[in-house]
Design a protein around this ligand. Structure first.
Ligand code: 5GP
Length: 193
């Protein structure tokens, strides 16, 4: 997606050869116009899949997931990373190791929000090694629903997640795929799509 690649080139920072900082438009400040374009792009890719729910992980997946849900006119569900005193009924949980923080968290879904006949579209901001996505997929499947598609804003193509998820047979669409980054020169090279 041209607009996303341009924004990454203009405002993104390669912190190292494998961490891209996009705090000014995705992870801290959010660019709502870009998010709407991202939502429309995902709706274009998955609009014919009979999607009934859009599912993401708090917190950075929420903005693109919400815009996608608006475009598809379906509800959005946020899987929680933090234990909650109010979430205690009929929970589905799985442990995910965070790529950026190097820690683990328990991904949690209240079963009532995803049902057996749901066709789920998973949306997230980044794909690195695929741990977050594998956690999301396993919870959706545990709920008895089907994963009809996965939309990622920024895939780092030099890490293993994209290959793992595509090899599992999922329809994965990434709007920008970074082939390489260099922190010293600040260069970010995209995969031709
Ligand atoms: P994975 O589970 O695929 O290894 O990592 C995906 C999660 O880690 C994403 O949900 C995102 O929050 C975070 N993440 C992975 N790589 C990056 C990155 O380069 N920059 C930022 N800002 N977040 C990342």
């Amino acid at each position: 997606m041209k607009e996303l690649e341009e924004k990454i080139l203009k405002e993104g920072h390669a912190l190292s050869e494998n961490i891209l900082k996009v705090d000014s438009f995705i992870n801290h400040q959010v660019d709502p116009v870009l998010m709407q374009q991202i939502g429309d792009a995902f709706a274009g890719h998955f609009g014919n899949k009979g999607i009934t729910k859009v599912v993401t992980i708090e917190s950075s997946g929420i903005a693109p997931a919400l815009m996608t849900a608006i475009s598809l006119n379906v509800p959005m569900i946020i899987l929680k990373k933090q234990p909650s005193k109010v979430l205690n009924d009929n929970l589905l949980q799985t442990v995910v190791t965070s790529f950026t923080k190097g820690t683990s968290y328990e991904l949690t879904l209240s079963h009532q929000f995803i049902e057996e006949n749901d066709n789920v579209l998973i949306i997230d901001d980044f794909l690195a090694n695929g741990c977050a996505l594998q956690g999301l997929i396993s919870i959706v499947l545990e709920a008895g629903a089907s994963v009809e598609g996965i939309g990622i804003a920024i895939e780092k193509g030099f890490q293993s997640g994209g290959r793992i998820i595509r090899n599992l047979g999922y329809h994965l669409e990434s709007l920008a795929i970074v082939d390489s980054m260099d922190a010293s020169s600040g260069t970010v090279v995209f995969h031709e799509q």
